[in-house]
Structures are given as C-alpha cells and as structure tokens.
Design a binder for this molecule. Structure first.
Ligand code: HEC
Length: 679
C-alpha cells in the first residue's frame, strides 16, 4: 500500500561497493560541482566551499545508491555519543507527517515536505530559501500526504509532488527549471518518493495501490524532462507475465512503485520493489499477478527487465514488496557474492544474487508469521498456510500475522559492512482479516476486505540487529509503539533511529546498549542522516508525527504526541551526558476509564452494517479502523448525535483538509455511514 495502509505506508567488501557506486573516495567530498553540459536555461552556478579533508555530505537518498545507510564517519562514536546536544532546530511550518531524508550538498541542506522545498545552511540552520507547492483543492491521495526527499544530480535538485509533477529545481534560489506530469491524480495516482538517477536516466515510481491503479516506472531525461520509457509493473495481456492475471483484473492490478530503488553502477542495474495487487482480497485477482510483490531488476537507459523475483504471489495482505532493496557484497558458503537484501513486509528476510536474481536465503525475521509455513527454497515460493486457503474459500474472519504494517514497514533499514548486520525497525502487529467482495469506484479505497487490528499488550515493535543470512537477531530494542522512521549506522559503531513518541536514540551497533536519547518536538517517522562540514560531524533527523501507523492504528500511546514538522541537528558537546529522560521510563499516571460497553455486531441493523462496510472502505484510512483514532484526525466517536445535517454537509462538501465525497457516495450511503457513526 502506498505508505500503506497508509495503510501508508527500514561486509567488508560492501564498503568497497559503496565507494565504487558513489564514484568517489572516502576522503573526498561526495558532492559534485555543477555540470556544464546542460541546456542554457538550466545552467546553475554553485559556490563550492573548499572542503576539509574529512568532510562528507549526503548526496543520495539512502546515503549511497546501494541504500545501505552506512556512514564511514567516526568523529561521533560509541565513546562520546552520550554528549550529543542540539546544534539547531528549524520549524518546517507543516503539520503533516515528516518523512524527508535531507541531502547535504556543498554545506547546504535540502529538505522537503509535501508542499514545500527548503534550502538551509547545514551548519547554522538558517533557511536560505523555501519554495511552496500549491495543490488543486480536489487533490485526494490515499495515505501518503508526505514527501521523502529530493534528488541531486549534476548541480540540479529534483523532487516529485503529490499530484505527480516532477520538478527540476535551481538549488541557488528554488526556482523551477522544468516541470513534467507523470499521471493524473484523479485516477488515484500520487508521488511521494525521491527519483533515482542512474546512468544518466531519471527513474520515478508511483503510488496508488489502494485506488486500483495500474502502476509503472517511468524513465526521464534529467536535463530536459523528456519522457524516455515506461515499464508497466502490471503485465498486460500481450506482455510476458500477462498470463498471471485473469480477465480484466490487470486493468486495476495495483503494483505501485512508491519507494525508491537501488543502483549498481558496475552492473548497470536498478533494483526496484513493487507493491501490492489491487484489491487486497486475493480471491478477487486469482493468479500470481506479476509483477506485484516483486523486486524487478531493470536497465536504467531503456527500462528493459533483466530479471524479477516475486516474494508473495497472489498476495492478499498488502505485504507490498517495496521495502528498500539494499546492495552489498557478502561471503556466503565461502564465496563472495554480489547480493541484494530486503526485509519484506511478509515477515521474511530475503537475500538474492543481484546479477541473476537467484534466491540465496529467505528467513523469518519477526516472531510471528502465520500466513505461510516458510519459503520453499527450490521454487522460491512461499508455502501458503492452510488457514489462508481456508479463509479464501469460506470468507471466514481469520487471524493473520503480520498485519498490513508488515514485519517491517517503509522505514528504511541500514546495513553495516563492518558488523555485517542489518538494522531494521520491525513490527509486532497482527490482524483479523475478512475478505469481502467490493465494486471498484474511482477515488474510493479499493481493498475488498474488512479487518480489526490485533495490537498486543507490551512491545508492538523492535529495533533489531539482524543477521541477513539467518534472519536471527543479535540484539533488539523493544518499544511500546513500533519505531517506523528508519535507521542510520556509522563506522563510529553507533546506530541511530527515531521513535514515533519523539525520541532519537543512539545504540552501540555491536551490542545494542542504549547510549543516548533525546526527545524531539514531535514523533519521528523519518530516517536520520550524518554529515561533516569544516571538520565537524552532525546528526540530523526530521521530526513530525503522521504516517500510516499514526493514522490507522488507533494506538492511544500516541495521543500526547503533537504534530509539527521540524528538522533537528545534533553535534558533540563539551562533556556530560545530555540524554533526556525517556517517555518509556516515566509512565504517565494511569487514568481509570470505565469499560467501554461491548459493541455486539450481531445486533446491528442492516443500515448500520452497510454503513460500517462503507466506512471501512472510504473513511477508515483517515478516521481510524472502527473509528479508533490516535487523535490527529477528528474523532468520529465524539460526533454529536442529532447533528445529521452537519455530518452530511461536511461529508458531501468536504471540510478543512477532508475531501468532498458528494460525487462518490449517494445520499443514502452517506446516511448509512451516519447511522453507523452514531450507533
Ligand atoms: C483524507 C482523509 C479523510 C478521509 C478519507 C475522510 N475524512 Fe473526515 N475528516 C478529515 C479531517 C482532516 C477532518 C477535520 C476537518 C477540519 O475540521 O478541518 C475530518 C472531519 C470529519 C467530520 C467532522 C466535520 C465537522 O462537522 O466537524 C466528519 C463528520 C467526517 N470527517 C466524516 C467523514 C466520513 C463519513 C468519511 C468517509 C466517507 C470521511 N470523513 C473521510 C479527513 C478525512
């Protein structure tokens, strides 16, 4: 799912690879000066500050195009990280969830929100410019009112917008050099992730898997914006793989490509994760459904498919396949292999040979997986559990782990070639799943199922240090609310990761010992970065609650976390421990609440039942499943009985940032939802 559920939606020789990919030596700056080979109107003069030897910027989403999120910087390390203190904070002036990973180019930080691009002096936090994006009032996106960051290439900044514009931006002043449109937002498409530039071609993915789109990857010329190619991630009837769909299912097959891929410059191959089949209900799209829930290896110049591997054929649980495909070179059975690894939402950690697509390892990395009994290493296919086959036959509500959040959600993980471990924010949440038939309607959540979360008492997530070859963890850090921002690991033996309750944590990468924490102003759902300017190392992270878990889980542990986007940057202090006291250490006072009366569904009238069904399809992704919201949208359980007119007006015409539903729901349907809301 796009940000799914938004239901939204983290080797010694690996180091070598990362250097090759970045095309530069560890001790030189990763940034490139402005290129001269550009059309006249896009020539950009950049003031390049003379870097000191050890300075290092952040040129790519993922730090390098292998997406390892590993930094060779060591000034901040496991011996001094406890003295880390804020260096500067900048408000972004935006209350949406912040998932941006800033870039650091020539001493300037470039960051994004869904509706603005920012340039900030990375040493002082002074904003240099900000360019706003205006959206048409009827822009509706499923889940991802967010943006994950920009891309830098030869002196130009690139980003995408929710309504599918791709912008080439002058980094000097934020002006637009060119702008292209990839798809129509009214058809359910949206864009949320940074483009990837590989072998001179810019590649963009697309979101919309919950709106029954047929998704794709696009190739563009970064200099001119010329459209070069399109690869449909749902194979059409006349294409290879087209026989994995029945009838017209492919027309609304989903397969969104809403995160960014990785790139191996030497092999000249791009690796990109492909998302869920639409609708979620697997019985509604029999067949393997290529290339949903797969990783595809493509040639960047042409979009030609080199190989594919499908993680979850005929998926019914929104396990997506979009999670970060990390590239590394590791020794397996005495042989150095070029591999791609992914911690998939379906609960298995995959290692593939990235030259051929051969499956090398597939091991469970979370405690509970009930949809499958393992992966058959001969065929590469999951051994689907009897309970799932039975559920699809009978339509009976069935307990499934993991839920749509997955074993790991979109938060990018990190891989350290030094420790050989992958560090991932993992989830411990299941759901009770009921398949239902659903008719497609444009702009309405098209998922074909209803569900209830199974949120366990105690930890609902763990930061885990995982052995990629076994799926086992060397250490873990449990949290009441799953962490879902992403991870950074450094050669200084420190792992950084932020919590949705606001803390940024630092751990010893080898042992998992918690070394430091600091509570930022809101919840963290973005990956931290590190950079060095004028000989001084900094840690930076965006703070600002939102995103799939906050919007959909109804987790009451988030009710005291306020929205409000900002960028936090830290530097070493003169000594002394600067950790703030953890929200996990001080428990809030327990307030006795009367047991809520049991809501007996068998006593519901047909109207209420119908309203509930419509509610889950059209309203739950903002107002919470069964109206359980963690507090960032209007709590419909508090909607006053008897104010039906107010309800109907708000729903039909829209209100504030809520879209209008008048052209999607009939008066009778709105009335039935009202009966459900006040029942
Ligand atoms: C894209 C997210 C989104 C979706 C989908 C959504 N809402 Fe809302 N809704 C909101 C937001 C945000 C508000 C608060 C609006 C404000 O006051 O600015 C809101 C407010 C409301 C209100 C309160 C209006 C008032 O009088 O204060 C009602 C009633 C409501 N929504 C009903 C629904 C129903 C019914 C659906 C499904 C048909 C729905 N919403 C779908 C985001 C959404």
């Amino acid at each position: 799912m796009n940000n799914k559920l938004q239901l939204s939606k983290a080797l010694t020789t690996g180091l070598l690879i990362s250097l090759i990919i970045s095309g530069c030596n560890d001790n030189t700056q990763t940034t490139e000066p402005a290129s001269i080979q550009k059309p006249a109107e896009s020539i950009v003069e950049i003031q390049v500050a003379q870097p000191t030897q050890a300075d290092k910027g952040v040129q790519y989403y993922g730090l390098e195009q292998n997406l390892q999120r590993f930094s060779p910087l060591t000034q901040i390390n496991d011996g001094n990280v406890q003295t880390l203190r804020p260096s500067w904070v900048l408000s972004l002036g935006d209350n949406r969830g912040q998932q941006t990973q800033p870039l650091i180019i020539n001493g300037i930080m470039y960051a994004t929100t869904h509706n603005a691009t920012y340039a900030v002096d990375a040493k002082s936090g002074r904003q240099l410019w900000k360019t706003k994006i205006e959206y048409p009032p009827d822009t509706v996106t499923c889940c991802g009112i967010t943006n994950r960051g920009a891309t830098w290439h030869e002196g130009v900044l690139y980003r995408v917008t929710l309504d599918n514009h791709i912008q080439a931006i002058n980094p000097e002043n934020g002006s637009i050099i060119w702008e292209k449109v990839a798809a129509d937002v009214k058809e359910g498409f949206s864009m949320t992730s940074a483009p990837l530039i590989a072998n001179g071609t810019m590649i963009t993915g697309i979101a919309g898997g919950e709106f029954g789109v047929r998704a794709f990857l696009d190739g563009w010329d970064p200099k001119t914006g010329e459209h070069l190619w399109r690869f449909y991630t749902v194979a059409g009837p006349d294409e290879k793989g087209g026989d994995t769909w029945e009838g017209d299912d492919w027309k609304r097959g989903g397969a969104p490509t809403w995160l960014i891929g990785s790139y191996d410059k030497e092999l000249d191959i791009v690796y990109w994760g492909v998302g869920n089949a639409a609708p979620w209900n697997a019985a509604m799209h029999p067949g393997d459904n290529l290339y949903t829930e797969s990783v595809i290896a493509i040639k960047p110049k042409t979009g030609e498919l080199v190989w594919h591997y499908q993680f979850t054929p005929n998926d019914g649980f929104d396990y997506d396949g979009v999670n970060d495909p990390i590239l590394a070179d590791i020794e397996i059975d005495g042989k150095l292999r070029k591999i791609m690894m992914q911690a998939n939402r379906n609960g298995y950690f995959y290692v593939l040979d990235r030259e051929t697509g051969e499956l090398l390892k597939a091991n469970q990395f979370v405690d509970k997986v009930t949809w499958a009994d393992g992966i058959d290493m001969k065929t590469g296919r999951p051994i689907v559990a009897e309970r799932v086959k039975n559920m699809l036959k009978t339509g009976e509500p069935t307990e499934i782990w993991p839920a749509a959040f997955g074993g790991k959600n979109l938060a990018p993980m990190a891989y350290s070639p030094t420790t050989g471990l992958a560090y991932a924010n993992t989830f411990n949440v299941g759901w009770k799943y009921t398949p239902v038939e659903q008719e497609y309607k444009p702009g309405v959540f098209y998922i074909g199922m209803s569900f209830e979360w199974l949120l366990p008492e105690g930890p609902k997530g763990f930061l885990r240090a995982i052995d990629p070859l076994t799926g086992e963890y060397k250490w873990q850090f449990p949290t009441e609310v799953p962490m879902n921002g992403g991870v950074l690991v450094t050669e200084g033996n420190v792992v950084f990761s932020g919590a949705q309750t606001g803390e940024l944590y630092a751990f010893n990468a080898e042992t998992g010992e918690k070394l430091w924490e600091f509570r930022t102003g809101s919840g963290i759902i973005a990956p931290p970065i590190t950079y060095q300017i004028d000989g001084k190392q900094y840690i930076a992270v965006a703070s600002g609650i939102g995103g799939v878990y906050n919007n959909f889980s109804g987790d009451v542990n988030l009710k005291n976390i306020n929205p409000g986007g900002s960028i936090w940057v830290f530097e070493l202090g003169d000594g002394g421990n600067t950790s703030t006291i953890s929200a996990n250490t001080i428990k809030p006072p327990v307030i006795e609440v009367a047991e809520a009366p049991v809501d007996d569904k068998s006593k519901w009238s047909d109207t209420v039942k119908h309203g509930a069904e419509l509610y889950e399809q059209t309203c739950s992704h903002c107002h919470g499943v069964e109206m359980k919201t963690s507090g960032t949208t209007f709590d419909l359980r508090t909607f006053p009985k008897g104010e039906k007119e107010r309800f109907v007006t708000a729903v039909v015409d829209g209100k504030g940032s809520m879209p209008a539903w008048g052209d999607k729901l009939t008066a009778e349907e709105v009335s039935d939802i009202y009966e459900y809301v006040i029942h």
